[in-house]
Each structure stands twice: as C-alpha cells, then as structure tokens.
Design a protein around this ligand. Structure first.
Ligand code: ADP
Ligand code: NI
Length: 214
C-alpha cells in the first residue's frame, strides 16, 4: 500500500460518525479539489494530498478548543507509516495554519502547498455543498436557521468567530461570502466565483421566501 492508501484507510476509520460537514466525504471532496488545483500548479504533490486527507483529523472545535491536537495526531500517524520527517513537518505546519480560524489570528507559516489545500478546503465551504454543510453544522449545534433580529457581524475577530452562536444565515456573512476574495490559486478563484454567485442567488430567494414574497 502507498502512503496515500494507508492514509485514506486511517482517515476513514478516524472520521466514522463525524458531523457530516466534517466527515470522510468532506475529505474526499477536498482531496478531489486538491488534485484539480494541482493540475495547474507546481507543488509537492505528496505533501498536498497527505494534508488534504489529514487536515480535519482532529478539529479543535470538536476537541475542547485544543489547536495542537490535529497536527499532533497527523504527525504521529505519518511517522508510524514511515514518512520522512521533512514531509511530516510540512504537513503539520499546513494543518496548523490553513483553517479559516487560523487565518483570523497570527499566521506563522506559508507555502505553495498550504495555498493549494487551503483553496481546496475553502471551495468545499461555498456553493451548493457549502450551503448544505453550513445548515448541517447549524443543526448539529442547535442554531436557528435565521433570525432577522440578530445582527450580522461582518468584521469578526478570531475569538468571536469561534464562540459565535449566531443563526446559520449569519455565518454566510461571517465567512462564506468572504472566501471568494481570499482564494490563492487561479483555479480556486475561478471555481469560487461561480459558487459565490450561486450562494448570492440562494440568499435572495431565502429572504424573499422568509417574507412570503415568492
Ligand atoms: P475552519 O476549520 O477552516 O476554521 P470551520 O471549521 O469554522 O472552518 O468551518 C468549516 C465549515 O463548518 C464551514 O464552512 C461551515 O460549513 C461549517 N460551520 C462552521 N461554523 C459554522 C457556523 N457558525 N454556522 C454554520 N456553519 C458553520
Ligand atoms: Ni476541512
């Protein structure tokens, strides 16, 4: 078995029962997005694919806010299958710094490979899938879908983002609609444009239906 095959098996097992927006199928889509972006980028393929597979192995928001647990578990696994330390370190650095939360705080690592996997992950947060994931996460957290009385925070700091209990519609303004302008790669930007328009149309229809107008 290749490193990739072994990692797929490990991740599928680890994510059994995960919230459906952060389960194996999220990883599968991010992995596919990564391979698509790699077609037009010059980067270390193994690092990108391993990171796509391992990036949500232990998200801090499902682990009492512990932000070191993801990189640690990914590193221990890669070491156990014999991946060289230079690659392990790179994967860990990307996982620690690629998330939206991390990007709202101090980012202390940068690489082409981070840009690629970050775009791949962000593409899965927008468009039709992005909408489905947001409402699923909101349901998982017992959030309201929308409440016109709860004000939208357009500029949000890292701590406020992590602690937000706002309705799911607010998350579109806190994050999802901002992603298009944060894409790193040309392929990422192109796909994000399309998915962004789709979300704007969804919101128009949503508000019209909310008031019984359409
Ligand atoms: P990251 O891990 O990059 O910091 P998150 O884990 O916060 O990003 O978000 C990943 C996905 O989980 C979002 O794109 C969205 O689908 C869902 N999600 C996270 N927070 C919320 C929220 N407050 N409301 C609705 N969906 C959310
Ligand atoms: Ni992810």
């Amino acid at each position: 078995m290749t490193y990739i095959d072994k990692t797929v098996t490990f991740v599928k097992d680890k994510l059994k029962g995960a919230e459906s927006g952060h389960d194996w199928w999220h990883i599968y889509r991010v992995w596919n997005n990564t391979k698509l972006i790699l077609e037009t980028e010059d980067a270390d393929r193994l690092v990108c694919e391993l990171t796509a597979l391992l990036h949500d192995i232990a998200d801090s928001k499902f682990n009492n806010g512990d932000e070191s647990i993801g990189p640690r578990i990914a590193g221990e696994f890669l070491l156990s299958i014999g991946v060289e330390s230079r690659i392990i370190e790179h994967v860990q650095n990307i996982i620690a710094n690629m998330s939206y939360k991390a990007s709202l705080g101090e980012v202390n690592f940068h690489s082409k490979e981070l840009e690629i996997v970050q775009d791949a992950d962000r593409l899965d947060a927008i468009g039709a899938i992005g909408i489905a994931r947001a409402f699923n996460y909101g349901g998982y957290k017992n959030r309201e879908i929308h409440n016109p009385n709860i004000k939208i925070e357009k500029k949000i700091e890292k701590e406020a983002y992590k602690n937000s209990t706002a309705p799911t519609i607010n998350h579109f303004y806190e994050k999802l609609l901002l992603l298009k302008d944060k894409m790193n790669t040309s392929t990422g930007k192109k796909i994000a444009e399309q998915r962004h328009i789709y979300m704007e149309e969804f919101l128009d229809q949503f508000y019209a239906e909310w008031e019984g107008e359409r």
